[in-house]
Design a protein around this ligand. Structure first.
Ligand code: URA
Ligand code: SF4
Length: 208
């Protein structure tokens, strides 16, 4: 899986499938263990990410690291990526056509990494991963399971960074994430029992 993931990342580096390739400095494929149990998906690279070719390395990234540490995780424990791998000019929201052009990369990453939990950060990531009827304000902290993967919508850390009440909410939603990977959360009813008793639990035990 590691090499297949590397192949996807080399495809991304050369990608010209949407307009965003014209203004990018570097692509930001994502980073983390190829067999991470938890994945984070943000909206798109900002200026720092575009310069460094790495996801979540600016102010929002610093806050994400803090949120992870609040539940005993390090950045290097999780895989971090975005719905578009190139920076939208002036940090505008990615267009639907750009998200659609880039989505096959995200879907391949999810398939190859095969995480147990995918955290969708902010409404654009939430709708891309879960459907247009979902949003951060209505669904944050509410996990839902599709097949073997549990999706957990959250506010975007950049939105929560300077808003005290959202900040409290996102710390609380990270506690839900912690309970999920410790298998203690009240999961929605359609979570298959088989998913909870599968081999994946073993790798999760290092966090238990
Ligand atoms: N915001 C995002 O959505 N993604 C990043 O990689 C950085 C900031
Ligand atoms: Fe390709 Fe995605 Fe970059 Fe568009 S955003 S050029 S689809 S890698």
């Amino acid at each position: 899986m590691a090499t297949e993931l590397q192949l996807i990342h080399s495809e991304i580096i050369e990608c010209t499938k949407c307009e965003l390739h014209k203004s990018r400095t570097r692509t930001v494929p994502g980073e983390g263990p190829h067999d991470a149990r938890i994945m984070f998906v943000g909206e798109g690279p900002g200026q720092n990410e575009d310069e460094q070719g790495r996801p979540f390395v600016g102010a929002a990234g610093k806050f994400l690291t803090e949120l992870l540490e609040s539940i005993g995780l390090k950045r290097s424990d999780v895989f971090i990526t975005n719905i578009v791998k190139c920076r939208p000019p002036n940090n505008r929201a990615p267009r639907k056509s750009e998200v659609e052009a880039c989505n096959p990369y995200l879907q391949s990453q999810i398939r190859l990494i095969n995480p147990r939990i995918v955290c969708a950060l902010g409404t654009p990531a939430i709708t891309t991963l879960m459907g247009d009827e979902y949003s951060a304000s209505r669904f944050h902290g509410k996990p839902s399971t599709k097949g073997e993967v549990t999706f957990l919508p959250m506010y975007h850390p950049a939105a929560a960074l300077y808003d005290a009440s959202l900040k409290e909410t996102i710390f609380h939603d990270f506690q839900i994430l912690k309970q999920l990977f410790e298998n203690k959360a009240t999961l929605d009813p359609d979570i298959p029992k088989s998913a909870e008793s599968s081999g994946k639990k073993q790798t999760l035990e290092k966090w238990a």
